[in-house]
Design a protein around this ligand. Sequence first.
Ligand SMILES: *[C@@H]1O[C@H](CO)[C@@H](O)[C@H](O)[C@H]1NC(C)=O
Length: 148
Amino acid sequence: MKTLLVLLAAVAAASAVRISDCDSTATVDFNNIQITGCFKNKRKCFFPKGQDASMSLPFTPHHEVTAVKAKVTAFIGVIPIPFSLPNSDGCVNSSLQCPMPAGQKGVYTSSLPIRKEYPPISLTVRWELLDQNNNKLVCIKFPVQVKN
Ligand SMILES: *[C@@H]1O[C@H](CO)[C@@H](O)[C@H](O)[C@H]1NC(C)=O
């Protein structure tokens, strides 16, 4: 019974934020992820066209990290579409200090330009951070509605 309650509480917390984990190996501080247009009481994040969506993502790696590469994929239904970031180097202009020692929290920041020509559709964004060996450090997913 106690286990069930803990489980239900965890599910409730996760569904309020609507940001899900996709096998991160680092510890992601989900309660403190901030994404423009993502509100805890909404089912989706709203990204207005012509603006930048910015993100602040705190995580703690469990090994030393000397390079960080960001990879963003948009899923329209089940179809993955790679999104090219203006700057995919997580160690440059992204708030992180590289190398990151094992066990020390860092905050990755980035922003995505939401171009005017994007269609006003619903999609799922998968944001991954890979380490120097192309291994997954962080993987999060969240639902987005592109707005006119
Ligand atoms: C990082 O920021 C500097 C200063 O704003 C800029 O000149 C440089 O092009 C940026 N580098 C990348 C990879 O975005």
